[in-house]
Design a protein around this ligand. Structure first.
Ligand code: UDP
Ligand code: MG
Length: 311
């Protein structure tokens, strides 16, 4: 169901809210969002993307009726994941500035005016960095820390640490993102990839207002893997390094076996030949796999079809 309460044109601000089973928090979220928006002198639209919720989120959103902003509901046919939900929202947003925000009140809607004022100062991307993460286990905090370190080590672009999806993007950036033809979307990376003038503001992330995180460990792990593979082809070349390492060490080892055989003779018939041949073949194979990996990496980069530059 799609619905617009009021059609004020042009829309200045689009707020995109991915929703998955958030019926309890939605009324409170909407109230806080609308009261923040009503303090602004901008026309706004709120786009709720219902990502196949199994609860009453759909009808809760359908009951929202405000004058401060037009409300649009996009219902995805099943649960596609937050990343896909945000894409759906981005493709429908018409505002000159687009804000992505979670529905669970972990990202305080009251910060929106601050983000908008940075945008008005001329920034195209306003990243909201979590200076504190309340209500998250030490395991999640530690794994997040290690993950960002690893990701930035592998990735060719700097992906800011502890910046979630809560951010503001200008129309210019969103248009660039919409041009991308990738099917495998990793928002955290893609959102910084277009470059442009970025600013990072700090905020303290609240606890989830109700319910639990929709990211069980393995889903998070899959997202993390996605991040690495969509921004780096380095893992593909891992075999080359391993092969090189094996080749070097087996050369030394092989040299030792041959010398030993020449001086003292063979203790086990055939062992030196088999050992040396096996090590040499193993290294060649690893090196060749790595070589193929480099070509696959290039094909992968080409197929992603990201525009080489923006201006
Ligand atoms: N979400 C979604 N689809 C999903 C999982 C989550 O649209 O498959 C939404 C969810 O409703 C919330 C936001 O994405 O508005 C963030 O999810 P969550 O709070 O579970 O993530 P966390 O804050 O733990 O990273
Ligand atoms: Mg959350």
């Amino acid at each position: 169901m799609n619905r617009r309460n009021s059609d004020k044109n042009p829309i200045d601000i689009s707020i995109i809210v991915p929703v998955f089973n958030e019926q309890n928090v939605l009324p409170g979220f909407h109230r806080r969002l609308i009261s923040t928006l009503s303090t602004l002198n901008e026309s706004a639209e709120v786009i709720y993307v219902n990502d196949g919720s199994a609860d009453q989120s759909n009808s809760v959103i359908a009951s929202f009726n405000d004058n401060a902003a037009s409300v649009l509901l996009i219902n995805l046919s099943r649960n596609f994941g937050k990343e896909a939900g945000m894409c759906a929202g981005l493709s429908r947003a018409v505002g000159s500035a687009i804000i992505l925000i979670d529905a669970d009140l972990q990202d305080p809607p009251e910060l929106i005016p601050l983000m908008i004022s940075s945008w008005k100062q001329g920034y195209d991307v306003v990243n909201m960095q979590r200076s504190k993460r309340y209500g998250e286990s030490w395991f999640k905090k530690l794994s997040a820390l290690c993950y960002y370190k690893l990701l930035n080590h592998l990735s060719d672009y700097y992906i800011p640490e502890n910046v979630g999806d809560f951010r503001l993007l200008s129309r210019k950036v969103v248009n660039e993102l919409l041009k991308l033809q990738e099917k495998n979307i990793y928002m955290k990376g893609l959102l910084v990839w277009p470059g442009f003038d970025q600013v990072t503001l700090q905020f303290e992330r609240d606890k989830r207002w109700s319910g639990g995180s929709k990211w069980p460990f393995f889903k998070l792990l899959a997202l993390a893997m996605d991040g690495v593979t969509s921004f780096s082809t380095k893992p593909l070349q891992l075999a080359t390094y391993l092969g090189g390492l094996l080749a070097a060490s087996s050369f030394v080892y092989g040299f030792w076996i041959i010398t030993k055989t020449l001086i003292w003779g063979e203790s086990v018939e055939g062992f030196p030949t088999i050992m040396v041949a096996m090590l040499a073949l193993g290294s060649f194979q690893l090196i060749s796999i790595g070589l193929i990996g480099s070509y696959v990496g290039r094909i992968y980069t080409e197929v992603k079809n990201r525009t080489p530059f923006h201006n």
